[in-house]
Unconditional design. Structure first.
Length: 581
């Protein structure tokens, strides 16, 4: 059997070195692997053997050592793991090891708890993964590699093979079918622009991508995908190919192709085989297109509005049962306001949509006011905001109140007039949903007071406030168990009292090397009680509100998040980044 070795890929070439002794890596000539990469330190890291296993140790390098996209200090290596130092990639190859062996080694089954703690794995939260695992051995650092093959390998490495690239039909902004679903691509033949675009779209479908970024660079077009909130670099396209893709998207979106240095916007759609949440034989996916002038041309960003990736009902939100019961009671009420709080990108609108879908729209008149309308709800009247035409939230809300509504969804409470009208509607027999930008549920009360809403209106109108955050879930195939530190146990509070291990991201083919797969929301729910109403009416402060909530079933947002850490679903660092300490 051949000895394990390291595959070393640099911008200037490739080499191999057998791991039969500690392999020191860095810029200094005394290292066994000498790098010319400007991001490497003189003594950067070392790869060494421990019995029948391997590990990598960072030697206090200035720019850090990444293992499968995550910055580490010390970590165990498995077959196929990739160490990244600047533009240099080093892959461990163990001859005879199969993919299943790699996965079981990455899971660890708790064996690494003695040598690795949570402090040994550091996610800086600043720079995400730079390359997808399927392209690592193919070196997708420049545009002269076979990007089609890299994208094919990437698509095949991902789960969910319900359909292929040839099953994707493209529909222009006027609803006309421009490119029908065709035959499978013939092996050995180069793809046309539309087929390359279909291949990129297939990767998006299989990886839960929310945005496609096609960015012109000096010598190529960089293609990145936003997956679970993180940017992932998947391909570097030749400039000519990038131009053709941009032109194709403009034609689909009815955008002037002669303009090369202007802000342009549009939309188009695709049709793919149905099934899953959406049901039916086919499902339609909408795309919003934005071109913006950059140094080397127009940058293209495509927002993907795929209802199949969003929760359809409140029961799909994965919240505790008691919270779900409280929301169910509130949704069935005839009047009152339900506010969802959180920063931009925390999933507030998605949660509101899932609540609205729980309403019997055949028996109740449901109207929404949104900026913009992104996903269409069956049986619901949806009205877009247009400030230039005088259709602001407050103006439309006044008009809607004369339309005999039972339920009103206001996209956002952003000014005093909208807040006051919405609250008045909530106490005059309407069920009102909206979002607000605050840190937590208690902050919604102070925010409404700051907007000038009278305390008696808040006390009488506000029924529920729901705060939420979105965090990345750990990939179940490669997450690694570690011992929580004492500081982490203390931060986790009751959730960390009996926890012997938590999990950290590693990275594998199934999760694009990020260590994460999918996102998970966690919540904080405030229900107004008679005691809380009394506090609100007499100019409340934080201590009085917390004292009133102590007598109810109230769980802080951070505590809800740390319970997910204790379950092994989420990394500790994700909750830290989302809510702080």
């Amino acid at each position: 059997m051949e000895k394990p070795y390291l595959e070393i890929h640099t911008p200037t070439g490739h080499s191999q070195v057998t791991v039969d002794k500690p392999i020191s890596i860095g810029r200094h000539p005394t290292n066994l692997v000498v790098l010319s990469d400007g991001m490497s330190s003189r003594q950067h890291c070392v790869v060494e053997r421990e019995g029948d296993r391997f590990r990598v140790r960072d030697l206090n390098s200035s720019n850090g050592t990444r293992l499968n996209g995550q910055i580490i200090r010390t970590a165990t290596l498995a077959h196929g793991d990739v160490i990244t130092i600047g533009k240099t990639m080093i892959r461990l190859v163990i001859p005879g090891a199969d993919e299943a062996g790699q996965v079981s080694s990455a899971n660890g089954n708790g064996e690494d708890l003695e040598t690795l703690t949570a402090e040994d794995v550091v996610d800086d939260g600043l720079s995400g993964p730079t390359l997808a695992p399927a392209t690592l051995s193919g070196q997708a650092l420049s545009a002269d590699v076979d990007f089609e093959q890299s994208l094919e390998e990437l698509a095949e490495s991902l789960p969910d093979h319900n359909f292929g690239e040839h099953d994707i039909a493209l529909i222009n902004s006027r609803g006309q079918l421009i490119h029908e679903a065709g035959k499978p691509h013939a092996a050995g033949h180069r793809r046309e622009a539309v087929d390359i675009f279909r291949l990129v779209m297939l990767v998006c479908f299989r990886s839960r991508t929310t945005d496609i970024h096609i960015e012109p660079r000096q010598d190529c077009y960089q293609t990145r995908l936003r997956i679970d909130g993180t940017m992932v670099d998947v391909a570097r396209l030749p400039t000519q190919v990038g131009h053709r893709l941009a032109t194709l998207v403009k034609v689909l979106s009815d955008i002037d192709i002669s303009q090369r240095n202007a802000i342009q916007e549009g939309h188009f759609a695709s049709r793919v085989p149905g099934g899953g949440k959406t049901g039916g034989s086919h499902r339609r996916v909408d795309y919003r297109v934005s071109f913006a002038p950059a140094v080397y041309g127009q940058k293209l960003v495509i927002r993907i509005l795929d209802a199949a990736n969003a929760p359809l009902r409140a029961t799909d939100l994965n919240m505790p049962r008691w919270m779900l019961d409280e929301l169910g009671n509130a949704v069935r009420a005839d009047a009152g306001m339900i506010l969802v709080a959180g920063p931009t990108g925390s999933g507030k609108t998605t949660s509101l949509y899932s609540l609205v879908r729980s309403i019997e729209v055949n028996r109740r008149n449901v109207v929404t006011i949104e900026d913009p309308v992104e996903i269409q709800l069956e049986g619901v009247t949806q009205i877009p905001v247009n400030e230039e035409e005088g259709k602001s939230f407050s103006a439309l809300l006044r008009s809607v109140l004369r339309q005999d509504p039972d339920v009103i969804l206001v996209g956002e409470v952003r000014d005093s007039e909208t807040a006051r009208i919405a609250m008045q509607a909530a106490i005059t027999g309407h069920l009102v949903f909206s979002t607000i930008h605050t840190k937590d549920t208690i902050g919604t009360i102070f925010r409404l007071l700051d907007l000038g809403v009278e305390p008696y209106l808040i006390a009488q109108g506000l029924h529920l406030a729901l705060a939420q955050r979105l965090v990345r879930q750990l990939c179940k195939y490669c997450k690694k168990p570690v011992k929580p530190t004492q500081e982490q146990r203390e931060a986790m509070g009751p959730a960390g009292e009996k926890v012997e291990k938590i999990f950290v991201p590693v990275g594998c083919m199934r999760c694009l090397g990020t260590g994460f797969a999918g996102r998970r929301a966690f919540f904080e729910l405030l229900r107004t009680t008679d005691e809380l109403r009394d506090v609100i009416i007499r100019s409340p402060n934080m201590q009085e509100i917390q004292a009133a909530l102590a007598k109810t079933q109230f769980v802080k947002l951070s505590q809800s998040g740390y319970e997910l850490v204790a379950e092994g679903a989420v990394a500790f660092q994700e909750i830290d980044k989302a809510v702080g300490r």
